[in-house]
Structure formats: C-alpha cells, structure tokens
Design a protein around this ligand. Structure first.
Ligand SMILES: [Zn+2]
Length: 142
C-alpha cells in the first residue's frame, strides 16, 4: 500500500518549526497529525508537493487513487474551514488533459526525477528532504 502522507522530513515547514522553538504558538501547524489526525497546516503554509484538488486540476492532474495527504485549516468568523491536500507526485494526468497540459506534466515529472547535483534523470523522484539523488546523498558520484 502506497503511503499517502509525505515522508516525515518533507512534512515539516522549517519556518513554522522555528516559530514553535521560539515559543510562538502556531495554530493549525500539526505536521505529524498528532492533534488533528492527519498532517495539518495553517493557510498558505502547506509544504511543497501538496496541492488541493483544484490546484491539481489547474495543472491537468487529478488525485488518482490516493487518499487525502494533509489538510489546511483556517478560521472564518464562526467556524473552521478546511481544504484537503493531495501529493502531486502521486497525482495522475486528468483523463481529458490537453496536449499542452500533458507536455507540461511530462516536463515537470522529468524535472522532479533529475538530480540537481549530478544532472542524471533517475527512475524515482528526487527526495525533497535530501535535495539530490540517493547516489549523491550517499556521497558518491561527485
Ligand atoms: Zn545525483
């Protein structure tokens, strides 16, 4: 079964962790879902790689079979609003994506598989937490 939340390191937002370390309470920042059940972020603070269904659609993508990976919570007057987030790396092209959208998706996926250090295109996505391929992260190929 494919895990649907981001890997633990990619779930964190360094700025918000920093605020927390300085004793600032950040409402709705719960990257491990301890309080809210699933990883949760304040409005505008979702980490890279997570998009709403609508944002996916604008890129010619759909969630595919994946479950909700995280949520954004924010306060409105009397209630708390929610937007659900999906992993872009698990998303699939919309069935009716245009040729231009498909080409853009192909380029984006190739970019995500290409290591910025050794410029090699791998058959897996470059982990955001490492920022380079597994070979480079292990200290080889430099
Ligand atoms: Zn590399």
């Amino acid at each position: 079964m494919q895990p649907t939340t981001l890997p633990a390191r990619d779930r964190r937002v360094p700025t918000l962790d920093g605020a927390r370390c300085r004793g600032i309470f950040v409402e709705f920042y719960d990257p491990d879902g301890h309080r809210h059940g699933i990883p949760t972020y304040p409005y505008h603070w979702a980490p890279d790689g997570l998009l709403t269904r609508r944002q996916l659609r604008d890129k010619g993508l759909r969630p595919g079979g994946q479950h909700i990976a995280a949520q954004i919570l924010w306060r409105r007057r009397k209630y708390i609003a929610v937007a659900y987030l999906y992993r872009i790396d698990l998303a699939l092209p919309k069935r009716n994506a245009t040729a231009a959208q498909l080409a853009a998706i192909g380029r984006a996926l190739a970019t995500r598989r290409t290591c910025p250090t050794c410029r090699t295109e791998k058959d897996y996505y470059i982990p955001r937490s490492a920022g380079e391929c597994n070979d480079c992260a292990a200290g080889g190929h430099r």
